[in-house]
Write a protein that binds this ligand. Sequence first.
Ligand code: FE2
Length: 323
Amino acid sequence: MSDIRNDGSAVAGSAAASPGGELFSEERSADVVAASFADTPDSRLREVLTALTRHLHEFIKEVELTEEEWTTAIEFLTATGQKCDPVRQEFVLLSDVLGVSMLVETINHRAGGGTESTVLGPFHMVESPERELGANIALDGKGEACLVTGTVTDPTGKPLPRALIDVWQANEDGFYDVQQPELQPERNLRGLFSADDEGQFWFRSIVPRYYPIPTDGPVGSLLAATRRHPIRPAHMHFIVTAPGHRPVTTHLFVADSPYIDSDAVFGVKESLVRQFPLVDDPTRAAELGLANPFRTVHFDVALLPLSAAEAQGAGHVDLEDRP
Ligand SMILES: [Fe+2]
């Protein structure tokens, strides 16, 4: 803005909210309020607050917000805060359904030849148990059996041995283990795998089901009022890490899942959608210890090398080194 110097200090005689400065007016409201942040020592905080003020005022002027609407907005945000507790974060949910979570994620993790990222989601709340390659993470044996395979490489295709693959997913009814502690075994459908010397990983699981995000709070009311459904298409969560490379937090989406084109949190990226072909091969099924027929899916993951700056202080922990 013209009346704030690059160093953030207010230019003498410019608009300011301090005594003697420019008084508030409809026309100059954003400038007057933005100028009040001119002495903020933290330049990033000043930049963010100034831009926030400008966009917020522009938005209110564009829609000519009524007092009743303002009250409704305050009550909505109050209710959103009051819905939060140690296991429920309604503000994150609000960020999700407004596409803010995905935008922040996308801006901060531009793929650049690596596997695209997507939202972490709220269900990585417990540590995935270490499992051997090939293990079956469907501890209760319920659901349509699926063999998951893939290779972790760099963007040139060079394998990354001992990459860590952290996986978690919903069951055939669309629930995570932590949502059904009475019904599902602890750490059901979760696993932490260490890739082999060729960067390959494989494990057994089931095909996950689509599921709704929580709708019993203000965000659910928002979705209902706007005739939006709360469903996320079927997916498996992955966090993949390897020494010297940028970790990726991503999903593997089931291609033929309902709602694949209308994820409530906008998490779907085309590059992350895979077919889960059906295999009818009793011999192979018996070898794998799976019911026949079974599904398969292949998901290769490419990690970007860390820049020199990123490499400093970035740590990778091998399974053997974990506490
Ligand atoms: Fe999920």
